[in-house]
Ligand binder design. Structure first.
Ligand code: OSB
Ligand code: MG
Length: 377
C-alpha cells in the first residue's frame, strides 16, 4: 500500500463528565479532547482515519497537555510526514523519532494513520495486533470522595453494573480506611487494586505495606515517575505487587523497570508509550518475561476505548483493564456504538479500523474548534 497524507484536521472537543473524577493530581469535571483526522490518499482513493490524543488539559498526570499536543502535532509532527516516502502506520514512530518526548501527541497521529490504513484493508485492530478473544473483562477506576459513605455508594453502583474489578484512587490521608471499608463491602473474592498517581514518597514505604492485609491485586504507581529504585524497594518490602503506570514511557523503560525489580505487573497505556504499536511491543516483552499486563485508561471517548478493547484482547492482558462503559464518564459519547459492559465484559470490536463509527452530527455539536491543515503538494 502506498499512501500519501492529503489532509490533517485537528479538532478540540469538550465533553462534560457525568460526575467529577478526583485523583491525587486533581479533579476532572470535563474532558478537553484533541482528535486527529487524517485523510490518506491510497491509489487515488481518499480514506479518513481518526485518532484520539489522551493528553489532559493540564500537565498534571504527565508533562504533556492538550494545548501543547495540538501545537507539536501541527508544527513538528505533521510536517515530518508530508514530504518523503509514503506514509504507513508502521513507519510513523520512526519518522517522528527526532522529536523528543510527546508520546501522546505522536500516538494520536499514528492512531489516525492506523485507523485509515486498517479501514482501507478492511481489517480490525484486534486482528492486526494479534488479539485472541472476542470480549475482555471490564474494571472500573473509582475516584477520591469527600467521605467514605459516598465512596461506598459509588462502589456499590459499579458492582450493580457488573464490573469485575474495582480500582480505588488513593493519596495520603485517603488510603487504609477507604480500602478497608471497600474490601468489607465487596467481599474477599472481588478483584481490588489501588492507584496513587505518584502521591507518595520513599519514606511512605512502611505505611504502604499496611495495604498488604487487603489482598490487593496490585498497587499502581505510588512513587514519582522517575523513582524506579524506590519502586524496587517497595516491591521488596511489600506483599502487594507493584505496578507501574506513569514510569513506563517506552519499551526500553519497561524492560529496565522489569530488570530492576521495580514492576511486577505493567499498566499499558498506548498514549503514554507513543502508540498502539509500541504498546504491542511492550506486551510482547512482558509475555516473554512473565510479567502480567492490563490496559489502562485516560478517560477516552469511544474512539480510544474501542482501540483499548482491541489491544486488551492480546493474550498477555491477563488482568481486567480500565475499560469501563462509556456511561462511566459520559452521558453521550461521540461514537454511534459506545462501549457497554455485559456480564462484566466489553466486546472486542470487529469492524475495520480501530472499531468505532463517529456520530458526526453530535461530534459537531461538541466541537469547540477545528483546524484544517492542507498539505497537498
Ligand atoms: O492513572 O490510570 C490513571 C485517568 C486519567 C489519568 C490517569 C489515570 C486515569 C484513570 C482512569 O485511572 C481510567 C479510565 O479511563 O477509566
Ligand atoms: Mg494510573
Amino acid at each position: 500500500m502506498s499512501a500519501r497524507l492529503a489532509e490533517v484536521e485537528l479538532r478540540r472537543v469538550q465533553l462534560a463528565l457525568v460526575s467529577p473524577f478526583r485523583t491525587s493530581f486533581g479533579a476532572e469535571t470535563d474532558r478537553d479532547v484533541l482528535l486527529v483526522r487524517v485523510a490518506l490518499e491510497v491509489d487515488g482513493e481518499r480514506i479518513d482515519g481518526w485518532g484520539e490524543c489522551v493528553a489532559l488539559r493540564e500537565p498534571v498526570y504527565s508533562a504533556e497537555f492538550v494545548d501543547a499536543a495540538e501545537l507539536v502535532i501541527d508544527e513538528h509532527l505533521v510536517p515530518r510526514l508530508v514530504d518523503g516516502p509514503p506514509v504507513s502506520a508502521a513507519s510513523v514512530a520512526g519518522r517522528l523519532a527526532a522529536v523528543k518526548g510527546h508520546p501522546m501527541a505522536k500516538a494520536a497521529v499514528e492512531m489516525a494513520v492506523l485507523d485509515a490504513e486498517l479501514r482501507h484493508r478492511g481489517e480490525c485492530l484486534a486482528r492486526h495486533l494479534g488479539g485472541t478473544v472476542d470480549r475482555v473483562p471490564s474494571g472500573v477506576s473509582v475516584g477520591i470522595f469527600d467521605s467514605i459513605d459516598e465512596l461506598l455508594s459509588a462502589v456499590q453502583g459499579y458492582l450493580d453494573e457488573g464490573y469485575l474489578r474495582i480500582k480505588l484512587k488513593i493519596e495520603p490521608g485517603w488510603d487504609i480506611e477507604p480500602v478497608r471499608r471497600v474490601r468489607e463491602l465487596i467481599g474477599p473474592e472481588m478483584g481490588l487494586q489501588v492507584d496513587a498517581n505518584t502521591a507518595y514518597g520513599r519514606s511512605d514505604i512502611e505505611h504502604l505495606c499496611r495495604l498488604d492485609e487487603f489482598d490487593l491485586l496490585l498497587i499502581e504507581q505510588p512513587l514519582a515517575e522517575e523513582d524506579i529504585v524506590g519502586h524496587a524497594q517497595l516491591a521488596r518490602a511489600s506483599a502487594t505487587p507493584v505496578c507501574l503506570d506513569e514510569s513506563i514511557v517506552s519499551l526500553a523503560t519497561a524492560a529496565d523497570a522489569i530488570e530492576l525489580g521495580a514492576t511486577q505487573i505493567i499498566n499499558i497505556k498506548p498514549g503514554r508509550v507513543g502508540g498502539y504499536l509500541e504498546a504491542r511491543r511492550i506486551h510482547d516483552l512482558c509475555v516473554d518475561r512473565g510479567v502480567p499486563v492490563w490496559c489502562g485508561g485516560m478517560l477516552e471517548t469511544g474512539i480510544g476505548r474501542a482501540a483499548n478493547a482491541a489491544l486488551a484482547s492480546l493474550p498477555g492482558f491477563t488482568l481486567p483493564g480500565d475499560i469501563s462503559a462509556s456511561t462511566r464518564f459520559y452521558a453521550r459519547d461521540i461514537v454511534t456504538d459506545p462501549i457497554v459492559v455485559v456480564d462484566g465484559h466489553v466486546a472486542v470490536p470487529t469492524t475495520p479500523g480501530l472499531g468505532f463509527e463517529l456520530d458526526l452530527p453530535h461530534l459537531d455539536t461538541v466541537t469547540r474548534s477545528s483546524t484544517l491543515i492542507e498539505l497537498s503538494s
